[in-house]
Structures are given as structure tokens and as C-alpha cells.
Design a protein around this ligand. Structure first.
Ligand SMILES: [Zn+2]
Length: 136
């Protein structure tokens, strides 16, 4: 798991007595002011608020082989095959008029659920052979 540490700073925020939104901050930062009243009524005491700052520019870093490989693929028109492994958590058969289908509810290793319609053009679902699984 990667934890990203964002620089943080503490602001003093005065909330407007009319709209309850921030109307004055110290040090001044227009991005943090939400009040749009013509005559804001700042409260008497400021509230101390810690703000995370998203990095404005990402530092340049060397591309890993995997990133470079993905970037090379990320072009319009490139033909790709997308595969992922999951466990069938549920499957649902549906009918709509004379159409029918089967929908798969899959769980990936991270525990997330994915609903897959096997009728999507180009989509292919197959079982993972048990020997193949133990080999990896
Ligand atoms: Zn206001």
C-alpha cells in the first residue's frame, strides 16, 4: 500500500453568520472562501482548519518498464486483449422480451465486485484450470 503524504497547512477560518460558509481565511486563500454573500458576517472566533494541498506539479520520475509498456499501448486504435482473474460470486439469468442473457458477478483478489456481461463483443470468459492456478 502506498501512502501519499500531501503537504498540509493550518488555516484560520471565519464562518459567515448568514450562510455558514467560510467567508474569511488567514492566511488569505481565495480557494478556501465559499461564502458569496454581499455582506458576509464573519463569526467572532476563527476555527482552526487543517488543509491538505494536492501537489501542483508532479516531480518528474523515470518510467518503469511496465509504465512505458502501458504508455505505448495507450494510443487510439491499438488492439488490446484485456484479461483479469476473478471468482464467480454470483450469476444472474435475465430475459427481456425475446432477448435473454447471463450476467456474471465476479470478485477480484482485492475483494471488489465486477458485473460482467458475457455478450459484450469480444468478451470471452473461461475457467482457470486448477493446474494453471497452482503453477502461478
Ligand atoms: Zn455568507
Amino acid at each position: 500500500m502506498v501512502t501519499i503524504h500531501l503537504p498540509e497547512s493550518t488555516l484560520l477560518v471565519w464562518y459567515c453568520g448568514r450562510c455558514r460558509k467560510s467567508c474569511k481565511v488567514q492566511p488569505p486563500d481565495p480557494e478556501q472562501v465559499a461564502c458569496r454573500c454581499n455582506n458576509p458576517v464573519p463569526g467572532l472566533r476563527p476555527t482552526r482548519v487543517t488543509v491538505m494541498h494536492a501537489p501542483k506539479a508532479r516531480p518528474m520520475h523515470a518510467l518503469s518498464n511496465e509504465e512505458a509498456r502501458l504508455r505505448a499501448l495507450a494510443r487510439r486504435g491499438t488492439r488490446v486483449r484485456v484479461t483479469f482473474e476473478a471468482t464467480v460470486a454470483d450469476a444472474m439469468q435475465w430475459t427481456a422480451g425475446d432477448r435473454r442473457g447471463l450476467e456474471f458477478d465476479l470478485t477480484t483478489a482485492d475483494g471488489r465486485r465486477h458485473t460482467i456481461d458475457p455478450q459484450l463483443p469480444g468478451l470471452h470468459i473461461e475457467a482457470i484450470a486448477t493446474d494453471e492456478e497452482s503453477a502461478s
